[in-house]
Design a protein around this ligand. Structure first.
Ligand SMILES: CC(C)=CCNc1ncnc2c1ncn2[C@@H]1O[C@H](COP(=O)(O)O)[C@@H](O)[C@H]1O
Ligand SMILES: [Zn+2]
Length: 348
């Protein structure tokens, strides 16, 4: 049953900036995929982490392997992307930046180019169907695949940035943080930045990435994913925090993801508290709403109840996220107007 509080958070206009496509697949869509591929012998419990459950980071990455087996044709990718966009819209998200890793042809039968085209087609169809949501796309680099693939991905992203009518706006760096070193990816990321792609990088998602984070902050990225271990209280450093603050790089913070993935011990210990009290731009995001069984409205509610945020503070947080997006200025302006026109309905 939806309570008045739930309603406030669902109706609150929101911006989602950190959502991995294949991690964002809902239970309903997953059931559909599973029933279409019975030979894979996959159960729903293998694709999501439910309430109260936790997994090690390694186990979480195994979940993506299972999901990727279920989503491996053009038809699947189109269907999943449209469903995910529709679900974010139904949760009150007005602007969404989706990210996804173009997979090898051997896994999908599609070229990487076709993979990106399929996601863009889904975005186009949602727009045509008048869904109340603006969607942009970040092409993702999986750090496990090394520097050559990273460079290839940058070239692909650049091509689409120039030919997708503004749908592709940037690049994401993600994948298992314990594999590889950012130093090897620096030339690709530098190239991406030079050609005008915006950079959203997973940074210090696990401890002992201090050196890598120092290095990647020299780019600097346009946004940081997680940044869980940047601050000194958890083994980061003042110098890292100072760099992030000097460059005013917004953080994408995903409470449920971090607690269920066990990089943060409990909600009240989440680094949202640290950065929010500094007044640093923080954007609440879902990361993988399917895998972690959450929604963006739920993340806002969780942050508010954990850190004692008033409804006004919650509103300010959702509005501030517009400025942290990679949307062009005219769209940011439209979104601000939209927020202003919705405000009286939310605070009745
Ligand atoms: C394991 C865990 C706690 C996950 C949350 N933190 C994450 N950290 C790094 N990369 C991620 C995370 N969640 C999703 N991804 C990336 O997103 C991919 C799934 O979405 P897609 O296929 O790119 O559309 C994963 O294979 C992985 O490369
Ligand atoms: Zn992520």
């Amino acid at each position: 049953m939806e309570t008045p509080a739930d309603l406030f958070y669902r109706q609150l206009p929101k911006v989602e900036l950190h959502a991995h496509l294949n991690g964002s697949v809902s239970v309903a869509t997953m059931e559909n995929l599973i029933s279409r591929k019975p030979h894979l012998n996959i159960q729903q419990s293998m694709t999501a982490i439910h309430k109260g459950q936790r997994r090690t980071l390694d186990e979480c990455f195994q979940v993506f392997k299972v999901i990727h087996q279920l989503i491996d044709t053009e038809e699947d990718i189109l269907m999943v992307a449209k469903a995910v966009i529709g679900e974010f819209a139904a949760d009150g998200v007005k602007y969404l930046e989706l990210r996804s890793t173009p997979r090898d042809e051997a896994h999908t039968g599609l070229t990487k180019r076709k993979y990106v085209e399929t996601v863009i087609e889904a975005i186009r169809q949602c727009k045509q169907e008048d869904l109340d949501i603006e969607v942009r796309f970040l092409v993702a680099i999986d750090r496990r695949n090394g520097p050559e693939v990273a460079m290839e991905t940058v070239k692909l992203a650049e091509d689409f940035m120039l030919s997708s009518d503004g749908v592709v706006v940037g690049l994401d760096l993600s994948g298992d943080p314990t594999v590889g070193h950012g130093r090897d990816l620096l030339p690709a990321l530098q190239k991406a930045k030079n050609c005008g792609l915006k950079l959203a990088l997973h940074l210090s998602e696990v401890p002992s990435q201090k050196e890598e984070s120092e290095l990647l902050l020299t780019l600097p990225p346009d946004r940081i994913g997680h940044g869980t271990f940047l601050h000194p209280e958890v083994g980061g450093s003042k110098s890292l925090v100072d760099k992030v603050r000097e460059r005013n790089v917004p953080l994408e913070l995903c409470l449920t993801s971090n607690v269920k993935g066990q990089t943060v011990a409990s909600y009240d210990k989440h680094h949202f508290g640290y950065w929010y009290q500094l007044g640093h731009p923080c954007v609440l995001c879902t990361d993988d709403k399917g895998v972690f069984s959450t929604e963006l409205s739920q993340e806002y509610q969780l942050a508010a109840s954990t850190f004692g945020l008033s409804q006004e503070a919650v509103w300010a947080l959702s509005q501030q996220a517009i400025g942290c997006s990679f949307a062009p200025d005219h769209l940011k302006e439209q979104l601000h107007q939209r927020w202003a026109s919705l405000r009286p309905h939310i605070f009745q």
